[in-house]
Ligand binder design. Structure first.
Ligand code: M6R
Length: 614
């Protein structure tokens, strides 16, 4: 949902801004722009439809001098992606340039008021309205830009992370945020501002995360000056950045997505490190230690999430109910926030989010908090908004996920939920100690089994060749493999643009079976032991209608294997752990199909990594 980056210091701003945009491009990539204030106090703005590389070509023969600048990569909300709607936007006088991530919900009302007073607008964006509102406040109330920004933001509804530069002020950046993320890097004699820490890595390790409704003046030679939009002075809290360069680079892989798929033996191990003690047969989850009683006494556990995180939540609900015997409801955060949900103060709400910035999930958290529920977070991005607004939480520790299609974050979320389910069972005695020991011992083997799954996945390339021209696909699974089917279908849709549906296998006969013919690939996740025979019957039903059968089975399988056109074998494990393995070949399948179709795997059309708007 748009990436913003800004620099002020002694160095040339342009290369730092471009490099920062490239690292943020996963957030949006339909247009890009930069504004630089050169040493003659000229404000040069360059923007273009397309990617950051297009912006670079566009600026080839332009004046890119300056030691202060702001830059933006866009995921369009208001107005189509084109040169005019691209950021930065400039105020009527031409003195102020602004970049923005978020949505100003009441921008039409503000626009009308400004138009009535003679303002004209070139773009269809809410951002152009905001920069003019700020300038209007500055002129009418005779205040500086910092104060004008603070006052103007009191008239604004919605979400924003903004940075402004102003002619005549080559030593100052003004920034503010609400809803959309923002971090400031503090160097020796320079500052960086960005949507997340990736553009700052390698520049400085001292960072300040700006809180909601805070405005900041970043001035060379001075401390950060931080205020709330209500005019309350705040003290910046400087933290040490825990991110290294290696973790945000491709490391020899063609795409981030492939790198992230192959990282999973390590990332799942990292998720469990220090928490799963196979030798002691116990699990410790330090982040939620103070809330264990609340969890044990929970009337319901409600999990809110979106997209892939919602699929992980479904796996989690299955595990928590099975192991711990507590009722779990899984909700789309976007629905939950608008449908007057019944929540009791003794409910525990768990918000799952890779980015920790998803607007719908944040809104769902607010509702749960208003109703007095305990709210826990499962996030990947350290210091993200969700990790800060929840009562407590568990980080997934999967490392930065740059590919827009989520892969390693999913397995990390499932690993956390698996540990959580076993841990609750440990605490409430729902499972005997011997069974807990078995589960812990087997979970400890999962990273190695993910490695084996990856090594056995060569067949996926042949399946991708077979499927690359298909128009539709159906994914079927039962119990905890149903979310795996949903996730497999989502991955295919997102990056290859092939229409795909995931269903509980037994639901096929209630409708989707009408779609089966010899052009329809049907992907079965057929690893469950308890429902194995049922799935075998479903495979037969597809075979009888000449569907192409691709199956993910447990090693040693005979029945499904015989009926399938293609088979992917995963190592034997607890049937409840199958999602941690069976998802891997489905990620690879989507990846190879997308590559064969010439799609942009890491930046699929219309998508953005972090959905910070509704
Ligand atoms: O950052 P979050 O986990 O909250 O994001 C939720 C979804 O937007 C995300 O999972 C999305 O569905 C991905 N593109 C899936 O690959």
């Amino acid at each position: 949902m748009c990436g913003i980056v800004a620099y002020i210091g002694k160095r040339d701003a342009y290369p730092i801004l471009i490099n920062g945009l490239k690292r943020l491009e996963y957030r949006g990539y339909d247009s890009a722009g930069v504004a630089l204030l050169n040493d003659n106090d000229e404000l040069n703005i360059y923007k273009t439809k397309g990617k950051v590389s297009d912006l670079e070509s566009f600026t080839n023969d332009k004046d890119i001098n300056g030691h202060i600048g702001i830059a933006h990569t866009r995921w369009a909300t208001h107005g189509e992606p084109n040169d005019i709607n691209a950021h930065p936007h400039i105020s009527r006088s031409g003195n102020i340039a602004l970049i923005h991530n978020g949505i100003i919900e009441n921008y039409l009302t503000i626009k009308k008021e400004l138009q009535n007073r003679g303002y004209e607008f070139k773009s269809s964006t809410d951002t152009e309205v905001l920069v003019n509102l700020i300038e209007d406040v500055q002129l009418t109330q005779k205040v500086d830009l910092f104060e004008a920004t603070r006052i103007a933001l009191n008239h604004v509804n919605g979400a924003y992370a903004i940075v402004l530069i102003e002619k005549g002020h080559p030593d100052t950046l003004i920034a503010a945020r609400k809803g959309s993320p923002m971090v400031i890097g503090i160097g020796g004699d320079e500052f960086f501002i960005a949507s997340d820490a990736t553009p700052i890595v390698g520049m400085t390790s001292r960072v300040v995360y700006i809180e909601n409704e805070e405005v900041v003046k970043v001035r060379l030679g001075e401390e950060l000056h931080l205020k709330t939009i209500d005019d309350v002075e705040m003290t910046p809290y400087i933290q040490e950045l825990q991110l290294n360069l290696e973790s945000i680079e491709k490391g020899g892989f063609d795409h981030f997505m492939l790198k992230e798929i192959y990282e999973q033996p390590t990332t799942v191990r990292d998720t469990m490190r220090g928490r799963l003690h196979a030798d002691l047969g116990k699990i410790t989850l330090g982040g939620i230690f103070d809330y264990e009683k609340k969890i044990l006494n929970a009337r319901n556990i409600i999990i809110v999430a979106c997209g892939t995180s919602w699929h992980a939540a479904l796996v989690g609900s299955y595990l928590i109910e099975l192991y711990a015997g507590i009722r779990v409801k899984v909700e789309y955060a976007s629905e939950f926030r608008y449908r007057t949900p019944v929540i009791f103060p003794d409910d525990v709400v768990i918000a799952i989010s890779q980015s920790g910035e998803t607007a719908d999930t944040l809104a769902a958290i607010e509702i749960a908090k208003d109703k007095g529920a305990t709210v826990l977070g499962i996030c990947n991005v350290i210091g993200s908004s969700i990790s800060r607004v929840t009562d407590a939480g568990i980080y997934t520790h999967a490392g930065p996920e740059i590919g827009v299609a989520s892969t390693k974050a999913f397995t990390a979320q499932v690993a956390v939920l698996t540990m959580l389910a076993i841990h609750i069972a440990e605490l409430n005695g729902h499972l005997p100690k011997s069974r807990i020991m078995e589960l812990i011992h087997e979970l400890d083997l999962i990273p190695q089994k993910i490695q084996t799954t990856l090594e056995r996945s060569d067949i996926v390339k042949d399946i991708a060749e077979e499927m690359k021209d298909c128009h539709n696909a159906i994914y079927l699974g039962r119990l905890q493999n149903y979310p795996v089917a949903l996730e497999g279908a989502l991955k295919l849709k997102e990056i290859s643009y092939i229409h795909a549906e995931g269903y509980p296998a037994a639901e096929m006969k209630h409708g989707p079976i009408a779609l089966i013919d010899n052009d329809m690939p049907v992907i079965f996740i057929a690893t469950n032991k308890s429902t194995y025979e049922k799935v075998v019957s479903n495979v037969q039903e597809v075979k009888a209608r000449h569907g192409k059968i691709i199956s993910v089975v447990t090693e040693g399988d005979i029945l499904v294997k015989e009926m399938s056109d293609y088979v992917i074998e995963i190592p034997d494990t607890e049937c409840t752990y199958a999602p941690l393995l069976a998802t891997i070949p489905l990620q690879l399948l989507a990846y190879h199909i997308a590559v064969k179709r010439g799609c942009n795997v890491d930046q699929p059309r219309n998508l953005a990594k972090s959905v910070t708007v509704e």
